[in-house]
Design a protein around this ligand. Structure first.
Ligand SMILES: Nc1nc2c(ncn2[C@@H]2O[C@H](COP(=O)(O)OP(=O)(O)OP(=O)(O)O)[C@@H](O)[C@H]2O)c(=O)[nH]1
Ligand SMILES: [Mg+2]
Length: 337
């Protein structure tokens, strides 16, 4: 309330979370520079802060699991969601984000090469306002930032990057696994959660088991098109993505009205439970699935599960337009968990 009154009478711009360093800051009237990290904030971010609060969703996963391509696919689908969600609109809130959207279009729809593996070191933050989401969800400003998978091997993340992970303002994280790639690696699924939790505790004194620091985890099985041995029901779910079909114009787009949305989310929840049950059996494709679930229990981290394909096909045999499948599900979970 006091924040709103201060804004109204021009005493200041109120408290807000910087989208770059995630510190809570107070900007003197008329200024846009974060006093913490020195970044210039976009005016719309400041003026719409309370109408569209930020949603920070980090993607945690080893190298080559598909994090960067996933962020491209999600950005592309969100950008085109108005085809099934007519009221919905996205707006880039920085020139860096606008450039990123152009690159995303090139990769996803114009046959441009897939992005290279991500270099170590800080990457740009992409800031996109999402308006009129439907499903009674409030408007949000999605802040995404990509990280090199090497950061997660031992979680040797430098302090200027770790803020995106340790801040209690991001209480949901995506943990991404590529099951086929994992078959050839020495890593097990629970190790990713362990490294994440242990580093935050040992290096930054953040115990995610304590209230105030709890995390919710969305387990994302990436490259779903390539998972030989995925149970049939999950494969059918992946392939039969009505949003992807509408966006790819293989069917006449049907509006995602409240009723269809409700059915979509219900099915997404059933699929999450099915993936959990499948992982619990330690299937040959994911022999450490059971340990992942126990580790999350120990960390008091509620989990939801998704399977996605960012390309919809083998990238070697790609067509000009990629056909991402179910990439919206982790976002829907991040909005609802
Ligand atoms: N079949 C298939 N391959 C994919 C998919 N997504 C990504 N790939 C492949 O995986 C490679 C690595 O994907 P990236 O998104 O760059 O991996 P990353 O996790 O960002 O890796 P780092 O930047 O090293 O951390 C891509 O170049 C593609 O060849 C997918 O949905 N299906
Ligand atoms: Mg990458």
């Amino acid at each position: 309330m006091w924040e709103a009154i201060k804004n109204l009478f021009g005493f200041g711009q109120g408290k807000l979370d910087c989208p770059y360093c995630l510190e809570t800051i107070e900007l003197p009237p008329g200024t846009v520079k974060c006093p913490g990290c020195g970044s210039d904030l976009f005016k719309r971010y400041i003026s719409d802060y309370r109408k569209a609060p930020p949603l920070f969703v980090p993607v945690v996963g080893w190298s080559r699991v598909g994090k960067t391509v996933y962020l491209h696919a999600l950005t592309w689908v969100l950008h085109n969601m108005h085809m099934v969600w007519p009221s919905f609109e996205t707006e880039p809130l920085s020139s860096v984000t606008l450039d990123y959207e152009r690159r995303v279009r090139d990769v996803m729809a114009l046959g441009g090469a897939l992005p290279p593996l991500t270099a170590m070191g800080p990457q740009e933050a992409y800031i996109m306002q999402l308006n009129n989401l439907g499903n009674h969800w409030p408007n949000r400003t999605l802040v995404s930032r990509d990280f090199s998978g090497e950061n997660f091997d031992k979680f040797t993340m430098p302090p200027e990057q770790v803020q995106f992970f340790k801040s209690p303002k991001q209480n949901v994280a995506l943990f991404m696994f590529s099951l086929m790639d994992m078959l050839q690696s020495t890593f097990s699924m629970e190790q990713l959660l362990s490294n994440y939790a242990r580093t935050l505790l040992d290096k930054y004194d953040v115990d995610i088991r304590n209230s105030g620091h709890r995390r919710k985890g969305i387990i994302v099985l990436s490259k779903g098109d390539d998972i030989a041995g995925l149970p049939d029901n999950l494969r059918e779910y992946l392939v039969g993505d009505p949003i992807a079909d509408a966006l790819n114009r293989t069917v006449t787009p049907a509006e995602l009205n409240p009723e269809r949305m409700h059915l979509y989310l219900e099915r997404m929840e059933r699929v999450s439970n099915e993936i959990r049950d499948w992982l619990a059996t330690n299937p040959p494709l994911a022999p450490s699935g059971g340990r992942l679930l126990s580790k999350a229990d120990g960390l008091k981290m509620p989990l939801r599960f998704c399977v996605v394909s960012s390309t919809g096909m083998d990238p070697e045999k790609r067509t000009a337009t990629l056909q991402p499948r179910r990439v919206i599900d982790p976002f829907f979970w991040a909005m609802s968990m």
